[in-house]
Design a protein around this ligand. Structure first.
Ligand SMILES: [Zn+2]
Ligand SMILES: [Zn+2]
Ligand SMILES: [Zn+2]
Ligand SMILES: [Zn+2]
Length: 765
């Protein structure tokens, strides 16, 4: 997804192999400028034609039937019993469809939720009287059915909607955004005067080994915000529409990201404003649509299919040069050709994510800083991130070069050169000028653009930051909301890029729209380096896997976890916990070879590693099947199957194995869908024990599990236990996501609801 589609990669690889050895050598050693020049010569019309052919697979031109898409999908999901997915899709269309769902005989126990959704839609549309009618009807229905058949979460939602309704009735003008609430205390935040977006508790340091990095200049408490940065550029990842091969999560019934999030600000779409020119881009509002058009989409709109084919990195690279405008791009590209040796010769090439800089120079004259020595999130700072030109494999550089050159040629052929070079007035950008240039040669300006883009594509390998969101998974009725982080976009964050990697980081990153916040995940004392994890975390991966993954950043991690695990005879935490156990006596199985032996000498059972791995795979298949059953509403069968899996797993997996925890978690989910809250809580607590063991008691992972437990206890009216669990979850999650985050708000609402619970409801339970 980051890189071009496989067929294009294959084509450029074949072309590379067929080149004269002398030309290959020249390309391998070429500067970015020369690479673009050579790339223009090498790219033949055959390849260009093949690329155009590949683009037909990802059509993005306007289709009239797009409007009915959600409705059809919604109906399909509805028939398959995936009510939550259906609801989500229905909610994107209009109330008419909810009315249809109602008349279809929507299951009774789910009706309150649907009605609430309908009331919410009506409220949004300003149809207050209709919303009121529905809420009244719902209240009397709840009173009739008695409280046990309904979820407390819905009562809570109902009262929220009533409050909103009241507000709207009092002041009919649309409120200026719902996020201006006063909940949560404002965080203490003092900005650094040398680095924009960074806290004043940090300072920018440099040494030969670590390059540029951020250090605590005073003691920092857990949860304190350290960096708050808006992405310089971000591009929504289209996401998978087909089930993922490995992590096919049972409850993920969403359409792709491209349908569900604003292509500019990444906010979740409720009713989308589609681009007038293509079927791909969708926005949350006309404002976003207009801004996107002005800033970059006028150049991208007709090239949607090409950008999808060439992958997200090329797309980010293009948008990166469109945002600052050609004058700034050309100034920096020119500058890189003369004088400034740090451009061609990144002596800090072995440093992670750092820019080359002279140790003694201070920040004045340091690449990326402005004339006053201040480091800002700017195109200049981004431009100076290391491209590692010499360290990429020649084949990879060739692929990137050809992709970028092909993209620029298409821009020229489509008459978009003026839009890219920002030479005309905005009114003229909308209609592509009919360009009669027949020559294949790229204009000098577009060559400059291509050179900058090639730099950015190469930089992305080390500096791409994934923007993730917590996406909702759910078995159906949403009584317990399960969320997992999903990659939503790829972005450049020049300030965030100053942080070095550690497999055991002391910070945690979260996102809101296109803004990133880095928080201290633990106390950091003055003088300590502030570190963030690029992905391979010591709790999730063996050291060998981590080092392999980190090789793309051209450095060898020397964090405490890696140093320790690289010692001879030391095993990764992950392998110790996720080990096999003896089928006879349940002691741990040992050995690095193909045959594993029981660690209990008296037992001396041995087993082949392949055999045990095979059993593990079978087990995972079975679990998947159980979740499929749950998805189609066969909860009882799902439970039977999961319990059987558990029995089976107990005979060959260590009790601490993560899969053991996952099965407990799944069981909890199934019981929750049945409203069996006590059972659900019992299984979830076991899952939490295992998660805590693997990730630590104050980890995000434990926080999410506690959040789920809080919802289960809340729904099961286990008031005091719910309150204490909410408190624990709040403590952990506010460190990682801040007191203003959605999760914390939800927890606080639950707490408020529990404390205001009418006496009569409590008595009836
Ligand atoms: Zn938007
Ligand atoms: Zn468009
Ligand atoms: Zn490490
Ligand atoms: Zn044994």
């Amino acid at each position: 997804m980051a890189l071009p589609v496989a067929e294009w990669q294959g084509r450029t690889a074949r072309l590379w192999a067929a080149l004269q050895p002398a030309l290959r050598e020249r390309l391998a050693a070429a500067s970015l400028q020369d690479a673009v020049r050579l790339g223009c010569d090498v790219l033949r019309s055959e390849e260009e034609a093949a690329l155009v052919q590949l683009c037909h697979r990802a059509p993005t031109d306007k289709k009239p039937e797009a409007a009915s898409w959600y409705r059809e999908q919604g109906n399909r999901e509805f028939k398959r019993g995936r009510y939550q997915a259906a609801l989500r899709l229905y909610s994107k269309v209009c109330l008419e469809d909810i009315a249809r769902a109602e008349s279809h005989g929507y299951p009774d126990r789910l009706l309150p939720k649907l009605l609430l959704r309908k009331a919410e839609c009506l409220l949004c549309l300003g149809r207050l009287q209709d919303a009121q009618d529905i809420l009244r009807g719902l209240e009397s229905k709840i009173a009739l059915d008695g409280v046990m058949t309904t979820h407390l979460a819905r009562l809570q939602k109902l009262s929220q909607l009533k409050v909103k309704l009241g507000e709207k009735e009092r002041c009919p003008e649309p409120a200026q955004g719902e996020h201006g609430g006063t909940q949560g205390e404002p965080e203490i935040w003092e900005e650094n005067n040398r680095i924009s977006g960074a806290s004043s508790s940090l300072s920018l340091s440099f040494d030969a080994e670590r390059g540029r990095h951020l250090v605590a200049s005073q003691d920092i408490v857990a949860g304190q915000s350290l960096v708050k940065e808006e992405a310089f550029v971000s591009v929504l990842c289209p996401g998978e529409s087909l089930p993922l091969q490995d992590g096919d999560t049972a409850w993920d019934t969403r359409a792709t990201n491209a349908d569900l999030y604003c292509h500019r600000c990444l906010r979740q779409l409720l009713a989308s404003v589609p681009c007038q020119g293509c079927s791909y881009a969708k926005y949350c509002s006309q404002v976003c649509a207009d801004r996107a058009w002005q800033q970059y989409h006028r150049a991208e709109c007709s090239l949607g299919a090409l950008l999808l084919t060439l992958g997200v990195f090329c797309h980010v690279a293009l948008r990166t040069v469109l945002l600052p405008g050609f004058a700034e791009v050309s100034r920096l590209v020119e500058g890189s050709h003369h004088g400034d040796k740090s451009f061609q010769n990144p002596e800090g090439s072995c440093k992670p994510l750092s820019e080359a800089a002279d140790a003694g120079a201070g920040s004045r004259g340091v690449p990326g800083c402005d004339s006053s020595g201040r480091y800002r999130s700017s195109y200049q700072a981004l431009f100076h991130l290391l491209p590692h030109t010499e360290q990429h494999s020649p084949e990879h550089k060739f692929l990137c070069t050809l992709s970028v050159v092909a993209l620029c040629k298409q821009l020229q052929a489509a008459g978009l050169e003026a839009a890219v070079l920002s030479q005309e007035s905005p009114q003229q950008w909308s209609k592509p000028k009919t360009c009669e240039k027949t020559s294949d040669e790229l204009s000098p300006e577009l060559k400059t653009v291509a050179e900058a883009m090639l730099r950015h594509v190469l930089q992305l390998q080390c500096n791409a930051q994934a923007i993730t969101v917590m996406q909702e998974l759910g078995p159906g009725d949403g009584a317990v909301v399960d969320k997992k982080p999903v990659r939503l976009a790829t972005a450049f964050f020049p300030v965030l890029s100053l942080l070095n990697h550690s497999c055991c980081p002391n910070t945690s990153v979260s996102f809101s729209g296109t803004a990133a916040t880095v928080r201290a995940a633990q106390p950091i004392s003055s003088g300590q380096e502030v570190l963030h994890c690029y992905g391979p975390h010591w709790c999730r991966m063996r050291v060998a896997e981590r080092q392999q993954l980190l090789s793309q950043y051209f450095f060898k991690c020397r964090c405490p976890a890696c140093l320790q695990e690289l010692e001879p005879g030391v095993k990764s935490v992950v392998s110790i916990r996720n080990s096999f156990c003896c089928p006879k006596c349940q002691a741990q199985m040992q050995g690095e070879e193909d045959t594993l032996c029981c660690s209990n000498e008296a037992c001396a059972t041995s087993a082949s590693r392949d055999h045990l791995s095979g059993r593990l795979q079978d087990l995972q298949q079975q679990i998947k099947k159980a979740l499929d059953l749950l998805r189609v509403g066969k909860a009882d069968q799902a439970i039977k199957m999961l319990l059987k899996c558990q029995m089976d797993a107990g005979t060959f997996l260590s009790p601490e194995h993560l899969l053991m925890g996952e099965m407990e978690d799944h069981l909890a989910q199934v019981y929750a869908t049945l409203g069996k809250w006590q059972e659900a809580a019992r299984h979830l607590k076991k899952s939490i024990e295992i998660v805590e063991m693997h990730h630590g008691p104050s980890s995000v992972e434990t926080g999410h599990e506690l959040f789920k437990l809080a919802q289960i206890l809340f729904n099961g009216f286990a008031v005091s236990e719910a309150l204490s669990t909410i408190q624990r979850a709040e403590g952990i999650l506010s460190v990682h996501f801040g007191p203003q985050s959605a999760q914390i708000q939800e927890l606080q609402e639950m707490k408020a609801c529990l404390s205001e619970l009418p006496r009569n409801i409590l008595q009836r339970t």
